[in-house]
Design a protein around this ligand. Structure first.
Ligand SMILES: *Cc1c(COP(=O)(O)O)cnc(C)c1O
Length: 344
């Protein structure tokens, strides 16, 4: 194993930089369950402002942030409409149903992450007296941006959110990587969030902090989410140390996401020159490829012997981030080339 590990499994694997660690060490803290941690308050105010919302709430994870949001929007027996392969539905342990008593109504995602408006319309249940009592009450539309790295088209988001509002539904964005979307489309965070009542933003992905997500929305909604955060065990004490990392990331790690996007492009171009590999999509900091199934386990082991951590599957994803430099991309492509050359 080489000294320097190139880890392409996800952008969650970043380590705090010396500058970030220094900011964390220097943080002024209080007890956030008592509501008096100045650094958490500063982070929440800053993210609320940047996202163009009234209020914000710091939570330990994106999963908890999405769940607290769903529980703040929906009551027991309400329903939310969500993508069949959306993280919120598929990758969060079914928390909405398990812990929130909220009924998920999944809809097949289009490849670009959108949910066709006709299908949303068809999924909304009638309610009111009579037959309406048969159904869960459709309450919320949840979208995700970026989706598999792709920026969901702004025109679609606008149209879907307007449609949902017209039907009396609230809207939530799982914006785990919404900063990548904003940087890629050259918009502000507020523009990327403006069509939604609430947005959950991860700081432990491309922004490079060890922990943390922020939920933004109206003062009322955030107040309800705050109570659910406590119920879900997410009340933290001297969390200003963690919030300081997020404030540092806002200052130093947002614009540089463009470098991750360029590195992903470079990685896609590199892999495209290898006959056995088919690059299917590259968007923001993600590259998706097809790899012959009989090579996957061997290639993964070969990469690992040569200092590269990657999840190699027939449909594989490679992710660039703060700890991946252009030279790392080139080194990775070289190792893949050598592997296939060695197979003769
Ligand atoms: C990572 C991620 C989340 C939240 O995950 P946590 O690991 O709980 O922080 C939510 N949605 C998407 C799309 C994600 O990629």
């Amino acid at each position: 194993m080489a000294d320097h590990i190139i880890d392409l499994r996800s952008d969650t694997v970043t380590r705090p930089t010396p500058g970030m660690l220094a900011a964390m060490t220097a943080a002024r803290v209080g007890d956030d369950v008592w509501g008096d941690d100045p650094t958490v308050i500063e982070l929440q105010t800053t993210v609320a402002d940047l996202s163009g919302k009234e209020a914000a709430l710091f939570l330990p994870s994106g999963t908890q942030s999405n769940l607290a949001a769903l529980m703040a929007h929906c009551e027991r027996g309400d329903e939310y409409i969500v993508g069949q392969i959306a993280h919120t539905y598929r990758c969060e342990g079914g928390g909405a149903a398990v812990l929130g008593s909220i009924v998920p109504q999944p809809i097949e995602n289009e490849p670009d992450g959108s949910l066709p408006i006709g299908k949303i319309a068809a999924a909304i249940k009638p309610h009111g007296p009579g037959l309406g009592t048969h159904y869960a009450r459709t309450r919320l539309l949840a979208l995700e941006n970026t989706f598999n790295g792709q920026v969901v088209p702004a025109s679609y988001i606008r149209e879907a959110a307007a449609f949902a509002r017209g039907k009396g539904l609230a809207t939530h964005l799982d914006g785990a990587r919404v900063f990548n979307a904003a940087v890629a489309q050259g918009s502000s965070l507020a523009q990327a969030c403006e069509d939604f009542d609430s947005v959950s933003i991860c700081f432990s992905k491309g922004l490079g902090t060890p922990v943390g997500s922020v939920l933004t929305g109206s003062r009322d909604l955030i107040q309800r989410a705050h109570r659910w955060r406590k119920v879900l065990g997410g009340g933290m004490r001297q969390s200003g140390f963690l919030a300081a990392a997020c404030l540092y990331a806002l200052e130093h790690h947002v614009e540089r996401l463009a470098e991750d996007h360029l590195n992903a492009e470079r990685l896609a171009q590199g892999l495209a020159s290898i006959e056995e590999i088919e690059v299917t999509t590259q968007a923001t900091n993600m590259v998706f490829v097809r790899i012959p199934a009989d090579h996957c386990a061997l290639l993964e082991a070969y990469l690992s012997e040569h200092g590269v951590l990657a999840d190699v599957e027939p449909e594989a994803r490679f992710v660039t981030h703060l700890d991946v430099a252009p030279e790392d991309v080139d080194a990775f492509v070289e190792v893949v080339k050598r592997y296939f050359a060695s197979c003769g």
